[in-house]
Design a protein around this ligand. Structure first.
Ligand code: CDP
Length: 210
C-alpha cells in the first residue's frame, strides 16, 4: 500500500481553491474532497428545517449530490452552520480518513491546514481580492442560469469571509507553514504551475509522493 500524501488548500470564498484543487488532483492522480460541500449540504438541510448538528451527524451521499448546493442562499446557510462546534466535530473523521487515503488526497476548505490536516505535506492558502472573487463567482452563477447581480455576490462573499474569519471554532486563517498564492492576477494555468513548482521543490528536497 502506498503512503498517504495530503495537499491542503484553504482560503476565502470563491478564491479558486476548488479549481486549483481539482487540477492538482488530476495532475497527480490524487483524490479530491471539496469540504465546503459538506457544510453546504448541512446548510441546505437546515434550510429544509432540519437541526444542523443532527444533519451533520447523518449526512448521506444523496445529501451531497443535491443540485441546489452551489447557490448563494445555501452558501450563507453553510457559513452559519459552520460556526457550530458540534457540526464541525461531526465532519472531522470523514475528512481525516479521506486525507489519509492511499494514493494521495487534495482537500480544500477553510481549516484543512490548521485543524483537519496539520500534518499535510503541502499547504496552500489561496486568496484574491474580494472584487475579483465576486466577479468570478458571478460569472459561474450566471453561466449556471442563476439570476443574481454582481453586488449581491460581492455582499455574499464579504459576509461569509467575515463570519468565517471571526468564528471561535476553526476560523479561516493561513497555517503558519502555508504557501500563499494570490490568484488576483493569475490564470488557472499560472496558479497551477505555481503550486506544482512548490510541490516539486519539496519532492526534490527529499519528500516522496504517494
Ligand atoms: O466555494 P466557496 O469558497 O464559495 O465556499 P465553500 O468552500 O463551498 O464553503 C461554504 C462555506 O462552508 C464557507 O463559507 C464556510 O463557512 C464553510 N466551510 C468551513 O467552515 N470549513 C471548511 N473546511 C469548508 C467550508
Amino acid at each position: 500500500m502506498s503512503e498517504s500524501y495530503t495537499i491542503a488548500v484553504d482560503g476565502p470564498a470563491a478564491a479558486g481553491k476548488g479549481t486549483l484543487s481539482k487540477a492538482l488532483a488530476a495532475h497527480y492522480g490524487f483524490g479530491h474532497l471539496d469540504t465546503g460541500l459538506l457544510y453546504r449540504a448541512v446548510g441546505a438541510k437546515m434550510l429544509d428545517g432540519a437541526a444542523p448538528v443532527e444533519a451533520a451527524q447523518n449526512l448521506s451521499p444523496e445529501d451531497l449530490a443535491r443540485d441546489d448546493l452551489r447557490g448563494p442562499e445555501v452558501a450563507q446557510a453553510a457559513s452559519k452552520v459552520a460556526v457550530i462546534a458540534d457540526v464541525r466535530a461531526a465532519l472531522v473523521d470523514f475528512q481525516r480518513a479521506f486525507a489519509r487515503r492511499a494514493g494521495g488526497a487534495v482537500l480544500d476548505g477553510r481549516d484543512i491546514g490548521t485543524v483537519i490536516c496539520p500534518y499535510a505535506q503541502v499547504k496552500f492558502f489561496v486568496t484574491a481580492s474580494a472584487e475579483v472573487r465576486a466577479r468570478r463567482r458571478f460569472l459561474e452563477l450566471a453561466a449556471a442560469g442563476k439570476v443574481i447581480t454582481l453586488d449581491e455576490v460581492l455582499g455574499d462573499v464579504k459576509a461569509r469571509d467575515e463570519r468565517d474569519m471571526n468564528r471561535a471554532e476553526a476560523p479561516l486563517r493561513p497555517a503558519p507553514d502555508a504557501i500563499l498564492i494570490d490568484t488576483s492576477d493569475l490564470s488557472i494555468e499560472e496558479a497551477l504551475a505555481k503550486a506544482i513548482e512548490v510541490i516539486e521543490a519539496r519532492r526534490e528536497a527529499g519528500e516522496t509522493l504517494a
